[in-house]
Design a protein around this ligand. Structure first.
Ligand SMILES: [Zn+2]
Length: 405
């Protein structure tokens, strides 16, 4: 059966300007047509959705989440110690369902323990759960004592990383995540790089040889440098830190990222959430100052032509799964137009995952991952908080307006 949607505005996710007077038709899980409304005449038994005053766009992609974490700023190591893989998988299912309410139809899990999220991904593919599409890395590779080690991805040396990548791919990892620097895990060093260029090259060569992309957590300028040298596909966070200096911005590296087409997911929301949640005091000031620095640097990357993709680091610290609009508003604060933000969260993100022919834009033959929001989104990104309907692969799953026609 075919469904035809008549929105006021249609934003197709390719970065093109919004169109008025257009309609979209889909049947089963696939988009069939995007055309001027006058050219699409529904048959009698087709479902017709009229959405005056609303924008239709592709379902959003959140490029950086940790589905098994609780968004409650719980100390990371005790939290992981206290939860079995089954408990983590149930948390992940809960979080994935919450993400739908924010219009997210694809989640890229950037680190989880064992098979907890890989198995959730498979359960979804088997039709057991109605949640967004999940792309999962499983455990992130990390050096001994490194960031995210409670996920179980500690490994050292060229042979060690090759073995780990092969095992993860065999376990079903959709992509490979690497902790290229320390991070929020106690004992890891946020401002220092971790793996050597040789180790990173071995990761990239092994993963690419098995058809998987590699993305690298970088919160240190030196880590970005090494990741670029190793030929990675994308960078998470992209914070320019050096020992004792969180403002070690390097325009030379920015230029290289732009030239080589390495995309960056700047994960800005965590800092906004921390600054909003904490009581006044030194700790809040710290997060607030960092937030300002990150916004400035994300703007510099964007201006220099680095491809930005949207991702919120949901699960980590206080960042939740059901308010993704906050990340996208931060990207707008960094200097992206509403249309550029939408592109970063749809077509550009799909391209960075290697799935540009499968989902992420409104084109015939692609998955019917659709989002209807109130208002003209191309003029004001904050309308993303007003989700009306969400379809994943043609299934109507969530929204304020989910009554059947
Ligand atoms: Zn993360």
């Amino acid at each position: 059966m075919t469904t035809v949607i008549y929105p006021e505005w249609l934003v197709d996710g390719t970065g093109s300007a919004p169109r008025s007077g257009y309609a979209l038709a889909f049947a089963g899980s696939q988009i069939e047509a995007v055309a001027p409304a006058s050219e699409l005449s529904p048959a009698e038994d087709d479902t017709v959705v009229r959405a005056p005053g609303a924008t239709l766009l592709p379902g959003l992609i959140n490029m950086h989440v940790h589905l098994s974490l609780a968004s409650d700023n719980a100390p990371f190591i005790p939290y992981m110690d206290a939860h079995s893989d089954v408990a983590l998988a149930m948390r992940a299912a809960h979080n994935a369902a919450a993400a739908l309410r924010a219009g997210v139809t694809t989640l890229r899990d950037c680190g989880s323990r064992g098979r907890s999220v890989l198995d959730l991904r498979s359960a979804r593919a088997d039709g057991l759960l109605q949640v967004p599409r999940i792309l999962a890395a499983g455990p992130a590779l990390t050096i001994s004592g490194g960031h995210m080690r409670p996920f179980g991805g500690e490994v050292d040396g060229v042979d060690g990383v090759r073995q780990m990548v092969r095992r993860l791919v065999s376990d079903g990892a959709d992509f490979i995540k690497v902790a290229g620097s320390g991070g929020g895990t106690p004992g890891s060093l946020t401002d220092y790089p971790s793996f050597s260029v040789d180790e990173l090259r071995a990761v990239v060569e092994t993963a690419h040889g098995l058809g998987r992309r590699v993305t690298v957590h970088c919160t240190a300028t030196a880590a970005i440098d090494r990741a670029i040298s190793a030929g990675v596909d994308s960078i998470e966070h992209g914070y320019f830190g050096a020992p004792g200096n969180f403002q070690a911005y390097d325009p030379r590296l920015t230029e290289q990222l732009a030239q080589m087409g390495v995309s960056v997911t700047p994960t800005l929301q965590v800092f906004r959430d921390m600054a909003d949640v904490l009581p006044p005091g030194a700790e809040r000031d710290f997060w607030h100052t960092r937030r300002e620095t990150l916004l400035t640097n994300a703007g510099r990357l964007h201006t220099a032509g680095v491809r930005l993709t949207a991702g919120s680091d949901a699960g980590w610290r206080f960042t939740r799964f059901d308010n993704y609009a906050r990340e996208l508003q931060e990207m707008a604060s960094a200097g992206l137009s509403a249309l550029q933000v939408i592109h970063a969260a749809t077509g550009a993100a799909a391209e960075a995952t290697g799935h540009v022919s499968d989902f992420g834009t409104l084109q015939p033959g692609l998955s019917a991952d659709l989002l209807l929001v109130d208002g003209n989104l191309a003029t004001d990104i904050s309308h993303l908080a007003a989700v009306r309907r969400v379809y994943v692969e043609g299934h109507l799953l969530a929204g304020a307006d989910v009554a059947p026609e």
